[in-house]
Design a protein around this ligand. Structure first.
Ligand code: ATP
Ligand code: MG
Length: 406
């Protein structure tokens, strides 16, 4: 039997553990008709928590109801991608609808908004207009009493903010006209919050939020049991317990642990079962893979100071005292608290009682302990450079190039 587990970003798992309530919510949003609040929503949470998979699940749900679903990632040109997908690659060319000048009155622009528009705003509204026409035309071709258009947008971030604004304006108008549309977007917490709090478009602030976190261990246990037996192997209580414990409730780890335990069972010649040995070998391998696939990218994306903060935390074996961390990174408490707040917002650490923080992503502590030597060295060099700079201030005649902070 093929390995049922899917430890790959964005791949639908054999059992979607612990997200039933969100799907249920979305089901109501679709059946409640135009204007239902849950039709405008966003999914956020740390890396590997299942945002993309959730967008897929929501998309599939809508598709099964006969909706047209357009899935896009918020990269440059995604707005055109939506228009193209809606027009079934037929006649619509990019920028087919062009507003000729700032003096035109369209339903999107409104007569009052036609003067003194800058180039950027005009382009934004033009794109919004095109999106609205494309979605509207698609809706016209459907039986709108039961079908609609759902747009899903993954990896939302500020670099695509102009196109996101256009899409938001377009969707806002369609919602106002009671058309059968839904818009669900997803992204890492800090990125998606930045977009939501955009100063130009406030519409997205009304979106309902699904903040994904870890899932219940009992549900994970059941999912392991079902998946393993359905695909032709047996696993006893101890194996299921060990696999479940090793996930720490973290969705990506469910797939990693399941995949590697299954794989070792195959390698060890156990066609019809997973033994405790297979499970333990699998768990060890899964932890290593988690480092490559989750910890490394999550860590690499952080600022140098945030990295130092985490390295300083990894010296403890349990929750860290924030005062100790500030001392270890040789900064005052106020400075350290800025990075504390940032890492909490990123879902990487969490408060653990007054004056304490702890890791939120499982096994990140172990990963950092293993990789600390390398980063510690970088940190020392940076501190040396910083000290060099303060010396320079005392002796301003010296004009050496500044040390890099990265
Ligand atoms: N609820 C779940 N139950 C079981 N497995 C899950 C669940 N959610 C996600 N997974 C698995 O976890 C892995 C990561 O999921 P996904 O790629 O959706 O995460 P993400 O939040 O989009 O991550 P990123 O921030 O890196 O884009 C996939 O292998 C997926 O199959
Ligand atoms: Mg994703």
């Amino acid at each position: 039997m093929p390995n049922p587990f899917k430890p790959t970003a964005g791949k639908t798992p054999p059992v979607l553990v612990g997200r039933q309530n969100i799907l249920e919510d979305f089901r109501f949003a679709l059946t409640d008709g135009p204007g239902a609040p849950g039709r405008l929503r966003y999914i956020t949470g740390p890396r590997g928590v299942g945002k993309t998979v959730m967008l897929n699940a929501i998309g599939n749900y809508a598709r099964n109801l006969g909706w047209t679903v357009i899935d896009q990632t918020a990269e440059r040109g995604f707005a055109e991608g939506i228009i193209q997908a809606l027009s079934d690659h037929r006649s619509v060319q990019p920028n087919a609808i062009t507003l000729p000048s700032a003096s035109i009155a369209t339903p999107v622009l409104g007569a009052e908004a036609t003067v003194n528009l800058g180039k950027v705003e005009l382009r934004r509204l033009e794109k919004a207009h095109n999106l609205r026409l494309a979605i509207g035309a698609k809706l016209d071709s459907l039986d709108e009493s039961r079908q609609g258009v759902l747009i899903t947008l993954d990896e939302v971030q500020m670099t695509s903010i102009e196109e996101i604004r256009s899409l938001a304006i377009g969707v806002q108008h369609l919602i106002r006209e009671d058309r059968n549309v839904a818009f669900v977007f997803a992204g890492l917490p800090s990125m998606v919050e930045e977009v939501i709090n955009d100063k130009v478009i406030t519409f997205l602030r009304r979106a309902e939020k699904d903040h994904l976190g870890s899932v219940d261990l009992r549900e994970i246990w059941i999912a392991f049991e079902q998946t393993i037996s359905q695909y032709g192997k047996r696993a006893d209580y101890q194996v299921l317990n060990e696999l479940t414990q090793a996930t720490n409730g973290y969705p990506f780890m469910i797939q990693l642990v399941g995949y590697w335990a299954w794989r070792y069972a195959d390698v060890n010649g156990h066609d019809d079962r997973i033994t405790v040995d297979d499970a333990e070998q699998g768990i060890r391998r899964a932890k290593l893979k988690l480092g490559d696939m989750v910890h490394a990218p999550a860590f690499d994306g952080l600022s140098a100071m945030a990295k130092d903060y985490l390295i300083a935390m990894s010296q403890d074996d349990g929750p860290s005292r924030t005062a100790d961390i500030a001392r270890r990174i040789e900064r005052n408490a106020q400075f350290a608290s800025v990075y504390r707040a940032q890492l909490i917002e990123e879902d990487i650490i969490e408060p653990a009682g007054y004056g304490y923080v702890d890791f939120k992503i499982p096994y990140l502590r172990d990963y950092l302990k293993e990789h600390a030597a390398h980063h510690q060295m970088k940190m020392t060099i940076r501190n040396m450079l910083r000290e060099g700079e303060s010396l320079k201030e005392l002796n301003p005649k010296k004009t050496e190039p500044r040390g890099s902070e990265s």
